[in-house]
Design a protein around this ligand. Structure first.
Ligand code: NAP
Length: 297
């Protein structure tokens, strides 16, 4: 049996600590006259989206934020959505706006994201904010990549000069985390390689990783034969796989085979309880930071 020690990068505990810190800072901000406000629009009844929205609402309440959640039918028109976003753009009580993705097919997602004021785009998906992220200018950063950097920082994981291999190039995870990890900043400064579905020999790249970030959406695709000893692993994937032994009939797992890879890694995130909770904590942080900026105007 391999009893090698590794650090469990505990996103649940880190997220709880961040929320505690935020609660104290929020009380001070409220005393000075500004209550952070987050508005969320959810279309339809997609179970995963409904869970995410409920969890965002719960976090807002726990922190004392002003929380507005609109749940609309999936058939709602694009025009109505754009009108609602416009109202929130000019509402002084709202500092963060998010429209829960994915949107129904008849809605132009790009048009909706572009309609959100970059100052209130706490998801960090607006091209203005993504452009600033690439340039290293302070702005709202997408919550999952921001949460990954925060988690690495909280566990004092050395990143400077390390080879970070990102698997996945989505706009919400792969591309922004790639851009964050090569920035000349304290908790980044990596050499970065990005892989995707056209990478023919994936393990050729993953085996070179000092830090491996998997954002693929393929259950336990990264096995221990694909990593080197001592690797730091960030598993972004959240996948449901059938499991008849569980009452609910499925279990959640990441893109990394935790049991085997943890035996070779020096640090690794679990799924669930790794990157997921950090994402919500960063949404709350972005909303707080937005309220701070507005309070100074
Ligand atoms: P996505 O948009 O589907 O992107 C997946 C990426 O993986 C794509 O770039 C795709 O390449 C690449 N890929 C697919 N198969 C591959 C293969 N065999 N080899 C190498 N690359 C491959 O997914 P996403 O939105 O980034 O999400 C990824 C995972 O993270 C999902 O499980 C999602 O549920 C989870 N997630 C978790 C959080 C969180 O808070 N923890 C947040 C967001 C997402 P192509 O570009 O070539 O198609």
């Amino acid at each position: 049996m391999n009893d090698r020690k590794f650090i469990l990068l505990d996103g649940k505990a880190s997220s709880a600590a961040i929320k505690e810190e935020l609660k104290i800072k929020t009380e001070a901000l409220i005393s000075s006259g500004t209550r952070p406000g987050l508005a969320v629009l959810l279309l339809g009844e997609d179970p995963a989206s409904s869970v995410y929205v409920r969890s965002k609402e719960k976090s807002c309440k726990a922190l004392g934020f002003h929380s507005v959640v609109q749940r609309w039918a999936a058939e709602s028109s694009e025009e109505k959505i754009l009108e609602q976003v416009e109202k929130w753009n000019s509402d002084d009580k709202i500092h963060g706006i998010l429209v829960q993705l994915p949107l129904p097919k008849h809605i132009n997602e790009e048009k909706v994201l572009l309609s959100i004021s970059p100052d209130k785009d706490v998801d960090g998906f607006h091209p203005v904010n993504l452009g600033k992220l690439m340039l290293g200018i302070e702005a709202h950063q997408p919550c999952t990549p921001k949460g990954i950097v925060e988690l690495l920082a909280r566990y004092n994981i050395e990143t400077s000069g390390k080879h970070c291999v990102v698997v996945g190039r989505s706009n919400i995870v792969g591309k922004p985390i790639t851009n964050l990890m090569y920035q000349k900043s304290q908790h980044a400064n990596c050499i970065v390689t990005i892989c995707h579905s056209a990478t023919s020999d994936l393990s050729y790249f993953t085996k070179q990783a000092d830090i491996l970030i998997a954002a693929i959406g393929r259950p336990e695709m990264i096995g221990s034969d694909m990593v080197k000893d001592g690797v730091v692993v960030i598993d972004v994937g959240i996948n449901r796989v059938d499991d008849v032994s569980r009452e609910r009939g499925y279990r959640l797992c990441g893109d990394v085979d935790f049991d085997s890879v943890s035996k070779k890694s020096s640090a690794i995130t679990p799924v669930p309880g790794g990157v997921g909770p950090m994402t919500i904590a960063m949404l709350m942080q972005n909303t707080y930071e937005s309220a701070m900026r507005f309070s100074k105007i």
